[in-house]
Design a protein around this ligand. Structure first.
Ligand code: ATP
Ligand code: MG
Ligand code: MG
Ligand code: MG
Length: 575
């Protein structure tokens, strides 16, 4: 690229409405411009970086076996009503009407649309597992858009979705995606950590976030000093506030020692007759606020789910000694009373945890059963005597507290969430009846995973980690240009002009992104400052004085000193 035909658009002054460094530098380096709150235009330099991030993401998604698709930004309300999210999502969902008064929304995420696609395109288990992704615009009417593209209203996300016949297959793809995410962030050159995460309004059970460590991050991440345990501190925020959490009853306490109790223990505790058709048991505790404040233990409500969890077959069963208005409520009523999607109940007991957590979040005096200190596990799966994921309550942790995995103490750092992967189970596929025929010709609801990367946020996060007083220091893989050629008096010196053109042509032909600073009126100081502000990883300065000695000056963006390279061998040296 020749600067004379390009829009460099750098600015000296720090814009006063930009508080974080990446936002300041993206404006100053001529990458983005604000159109309105949370809406940004990507200028050529910004777009070059965004496209490089997209390219890496695309390559890794392709090699993880996901197929690229492109879904509409505008989505019909009917789909969201089917999933239940039209009511649940809240004001972050921008709702619009067309000229016929039909309701639509601007997609903040695409679970409904992809599930709709799968239920029509796929009908046999032989077509599973299947993964799809897109790199596309999302809209979320964020309550407080800020930090430039880091928390925008319109932004670019890579979202992928996988579909499975069995939970094991979902776990397999989840692991593949986890690895693909690690490769993506490694290739981009970020200092990041995968951490245990809450599932937010997307729903589901098992979930990890990928965080870029940076002071300006909006999330607190707790790390163990001795193990690989890392979790978002917001993890347990969905549970009722600490003051309203009752002490667990003895039975509950025993029941919910994470990972240790099986259905046998439940049978003993509650006197349930063994019944092989019981797949999952949820235990909820219910307490009035006053009772909770008085430190009373929660009475128990239990739902015993039978059969294969076809929603219309679900039965709630009363357990001894329990009085609760909710106990016999059909699941739909429970769901609406709790304001949570119980549609995610699946054959995997783990999902129940999340449903119950969500329930607790919606009724302050309704707490999930496992309010053993620091734990709010609730689901117990009939078929699996496996450790349930330990969901620790990290809301009040301070550095130095014991790590929930029992190894070492916790350290807390700030992180920027750049990626998030979820095992959704059948939350959407069940609600939207996305089924396939299994080996026996029987209809089975698919299991689903979803996997997001905030592609535009990654650009800002990379700057938060890589900058100095002079500007951005791009990791090579996503730099808008890999090399800048800065001529001294190019338009007066034939020798300088020839040399610069020669290097520019030769390196460009080799596929290197070169910016030739060939603007006739540009001053040396200004050009050098621009290449630094724009974060171009390498630059050479070509002038008559150096050429006479057979030299060209070179400086890496992170270097403190210039180096002299031989003018004759400069192309080979730079390749
Ligand atoms: P946050 O906690 O920051 O609001 P989220 O948990 O709501 O993010 P997800 O639903 O997990 O976001 O979406 C996947 C990814 O999209 C996030 O990990 C993040 O990188 C990106 N993202 C989410 N919201 C925004 C936004 N407003 N602007 C830019 N990127 C975003
Ligand atoms: Mg959000
Ligand atoms: Mg989040
Ligand atoms: Mg998230």
């Amino acid at each position: 690229m020749r600067a004379s035909r390009y829009l460099i658009a750098t600015q000296k002054e720090t814009p006063n409405d930009a508080v974080v460094i990446s936002h300041q530098l993206m404006l100053r380096a001529g990458m983005i411009r604000r159109l309105s709150s949370g809406l940004y235009t990507w200028l050529p330099t910004g777009l070059r970086v965004l496209r490089k991030v997209e390219k890496i993401v695309r390559e890794e998604m392709d090699s993880a076996g996901a197929l690229e698709v492109l879904m509409p930004v505008v989505q019909p309300a009917e789909l969201w009503e089917e999933s239940g999210r039209w009511q649940q999502y809240g004001p972050e969902l921008l709702r619009v009407q067309d000229r016929h008064n039909n309701p639509f929304c601007l997609g903040p995420t695409h679970e409904e649309v992809i599930t709709d696609m799968l239920r029509t395109e796929v009908n046999s288990y032989k077509q599973l597992p299947a993964s799809f992704y897109q790199i596309q615009t999302k809209f979320r009417d964020e309550i407080r858009p800020r930090f430039g593209v880091m928390r925008a209203r319109e932004f670019t996300m890579k979202d992928a979705y996988s579909f499975h016949l069995t939970p094991e297959s979902l776990q397999e793809t989840y692991d593949v995606m986890h690895d693909a995410y690690c490769r993506i962030f490694d290739r981009i050159g970020l200092d990041y950590r995968p951490v245990l995460a809450d599932t937010g309004s997307i729903g589901g059970s098992h979930s990890h976030e990928f965080h870029v460590l940076a002071q300006s991050g909006e999330d607190d991440i707790a790390f163990s000093s001795e193990s690989r345990y890392a979790a978002n501190v917001e993890l347990a925020e969905a549970v009722a506030p600490a003051g309203e959490r009752p002490a667990a009853s003895k039975a509950m306490e025993e029941l919910h020692t994470p990972g240790q109790k099986t259905i046998a223990a439940l049978e003993e505790a509650f006197g349930i007759a063994a019944d092989t058709s019981v797949k999952t048991l949820i235990v909820l505790g219910e307490l009035s606020k006053e009772e909770a404040e008085a430190g009373k233990a929660a009475p128990l409500v239990a739902l015993v789910l039978r059969g294969d969890h076809e929603l219309n077959e679900l039965k709630a069963e009363k357990l001894p000694g329990i009085a609760s208005p909710l106990q016999f409520a059909p699941e739909a009523r429970i769901a609406s009373e709790l304001g949570c999607g119980i549609g995610s109940l699946g054959p995997v007991g783990l999902e129940i945890d999340v449903v119950v957590d969500r329930a607790a979040a919606h009724l302050a005096d309704f707490v999930c059963g496992a309010n053993k200190d620091d734990y709010h596990l609730t689901g117990v799966n009939w078929e699996r005597d496996v450790a349930l994921p330990q969901v620790a309550d990290l809301r009040n942790v301070v550095p130095g507290d014991a790590s929930p995995d029992g190894q070492g103490t916790l350290e807390i750092k700030r992180g920027i969430e750049v990626g998030h992967i979820f095992q959704l189970g059948d939350k959407y596929s069940r609600a939207m009846n996305a089924t396939v025929l299994d080996e026996n010709g029987k209809e089975q609801v698919m299991s689903m995973g979803c996997y997001g990367i905030g592609v535009s946020r990654v650009v800002a996060a990379a700057i938060e980690q890589n900058h100095d007083d002079a500007g951005i220091i791009w990791p090579e893989a996503i730099a808008p240009f890999q090399l800048a050629i800065v001529p001294i008096n190019m338009h007066k010196s034939e020798a300088v002009q020839q040399k610069c053109e020669h290097i520019y042509e030769a390196l460009t032909a080799k596929g290197i992104d070169v910016l030739l600073m060939d603007e006739p009126k540009a001053r040396l100081g200004g050009m050098l400052a621009d290449t630094e502000l724009m974060g171009i990883p390498r630059r050479i300065v070509v002038g008559d004085r150096g050429l006479e000695k057979g030299n060209i000056e070179y400086k890496g963006r992170g270097d403190s000193e210039n180096q002299e390279f031989s003018a004759d061998q400069i192309i080979d040296t730079l390749l």
